[in-house]
Each structure stands twice: as C-alpha cells, then as structure tokens.
Ligand binder design. Sequence first.
Ligand SMILES: Cc1ncc(COP(=O)(O)O)c(C=O)c1O
Length: 384
Amino acid sequence: MLDYDRSLLKNVAISVATLSLTIYTTYKLTKSYYQGKPPRPKDGVEELIGNTPMVKIRSLSKKTGCEIYAKLELSNPGGSAKDRVALNIIENGEALGYLKRGELGYVFEGTSGSTGISIAMICNSLGYKSHISLPDDTSLEKLSLLESLGAEINKVKPASIVDPDQYVNASKKKCKELTKTNRGIFADQFENTANWEIHYKTTGPEIWDQMDHKIDGFVAGCGTGGTIGGCSKYLKEKTNNKILTCLADPQGSGFYNRINYGVMYDNVEREGSRRRHQVDTIIEGIGLNRITTNFALNEKYIDLSFRVSDTQAIKMAKYLSVNDGLFVGSSTAINAVAAVELAKILGRGSRIVIIACDSGSRHLSKFWKEALTINSNITLEEIV
Ligand SMILES: Cc1ncc(COP(=O)(O)O)c(C=O)c1O
C-alpha cells in the first residue's frame, strides 16, 4: 500500500473514532440531563412538598473518608422540613371535619418560626387563616416572612412551658377562644403524632431510596422530635437495626444526657445558673428540656447523641459555605459537626445522611452575623 493511502486510512480511522466518541458523549450527557421526565406542573404549592433532593457534602466526605450526604429539606416550598408536618396536620384536621375546604377555618400554632411559616403558606394556598404565637426574640427573617404571608401574629415573652403565657400555651388559649364560633385546629406540633408519622411515611423512605438502600448513619437535631423519630424508626426497620442513628444536640439542651445516660438534664439547669431562655443557645428550632410525645414515642430508635457547641456550629456553617457552596441554617451546621463525629465511630467508607432543615437566609441577622466573622480558611481540625 502506498504511504499516501496508509495515511488516508489512518486519518479516516481517527475521524470515525472521534465522531463515535462525540456522539456517545453527547448521548450520555443528554440522557443524564433529561433523565426521567421533567416534573409536571402542580396544582398549588402544597403539591410541591416532599421529594427533596440529596447532595453529597464533598468537603466532609473527603476529609473523613466517608460519604456524607445532606437531605435538603430546605428545598421544600416553605423552606423547611416543617412543610411536610404542617400539611399532614391540616389534612388530618380536614379528615376529622374540623376544617373544610372553601369555608373559613383557622390553624393555630405556637412555634419559634419554621412551622408557622409552613402553616401560613399552606393556609394561604388552601383558603384558611393562620394564627401564630411565638417568642418575641424569634429571628427577624422568620418574623418578616410570617408577616409577609399575612399570618396573625401573637408575640410573647420567652417563658417555661409551665407558664400559661408561654407561646405554645398562648396559642392553645387563642384556639379555644376562636373555635367556639369558628372552624379551626390547634396544630400542636410537639404532641401531635401526625408530625413523626409523616416523616416515617415520606422523609424516611425518600432517604432510603436516594441512598440505594445503603446507609450506615443518620443524623438529625431534635425540636419536637418528629424528624428524628419518624426517620430513625423507618431506617432502623429497613436496615434490620444496623444503622446508627444520632441526635445532634445544641448546648443547654437535655436530649444529649437523655439519650446517652437516660436523664433529661443539662448543667445550665443547676440552681441559680439557669438563664432567661429555656435552652441557652444561638441555634434555632432544636434543643429542649422536656419530653414531648413525638420524641417519647420513638426515643428507642435513637442510638446516641453528640453535643455541639454554638462556636462549633458557627464555624461549621462558614466551612460548608466556603468549601461546598452549601449555605445552611444553624441546626444543619450542628448536624454536620455531629456527622463528622459519627464518621469517626463508623469508620472509612461509611455512608451517612444528615438533615439540612433550613437555609442560612433564615438566620442572617443572628446566627450568620456570627458566622460571617469566621475566617474563610477555617479547617475542619479547628472545628471538630
Ligand atoms: C430549623 C429547624 N431545624 C430542625 C428542627 C427540628 O425538627 P423536629 O421538630 O422535627 O425535631 C426544627 C424544628 O422546628 C427547625 O425549625
């Protein structure tokens, strides 16, 4: 064969190979981009609730030798996991005849923010009115959101649960007054079992499927106990009790001692040392010094607890933002610190999921004001 022919053949072969590779790559990229059908339009915001995404936290995974994922509950339309709970409570109220679509009805709740926002959003979509009692030191962002949603707001001084003017009790009282002549429900997220049940029915199964049935650890904080209780029960059942479930607790909260040592107690409760707030932490939404129904019913599915300080959480929030582009709220930062501790126990190669309950944008004026001051070069060793 002539040299010229040989070179022509070689060029043709290279061109065919390049073309095939280009076609194959384009096919693969297009396939992954359009994987499945795009979601169909929904009939209202309540239909957008749930089926939240899961994302790998690459920085923490690389550092620990594990795979650490965040279940992005902050992607719910109301910005937190509480959307699921609020919708389930309202739908239960409808099923029991306390609320009726198309008729005036009230949903009352005592909440430090997230649940109120979810209730207000869903009420607006379904044609009900929301009435929210909350502590007067709730972050400005949550307050503005509630006001923007047109919820009726009742601000009360932070107080112990035994005080009749504490925000949960204040809400219950308002509900009794108004439902004498109107339809309505008291959502009662701490005691209402519709709370943990929806996490058992939806959040837990979503995590299980998204992890391809391979999961070794689960981390969540505890406010009402609904998320950690419902998800832990589901994941324990699915893994034949093999998963390690972990409660991430802020300073001042009693769950850490309750889970690890069986007593609901924190040092700040020593006589004379207790400060104004029930749980003295900058973290919002989690931490408590009483046992709620949602916690009690599923406590047996929680294996261990890590205590995380405010300082650790503040540093972790900045670390995740700078290294992963994950801009999260205070309770998510706590979970991330606990996940690193859990990774040490589970060992390299383990797969851990944390709940990312809400976004940093809900915490700009309090928690993120502190987190902003942290050096962007902060290392994981300086946090955990
Ligand atoms: C921001 C945030 N994270 C976590 C939680 C805890 O969730 P749960 O009430 O299911 O224990 C809450 C509860 O209000 C919250 O507001």
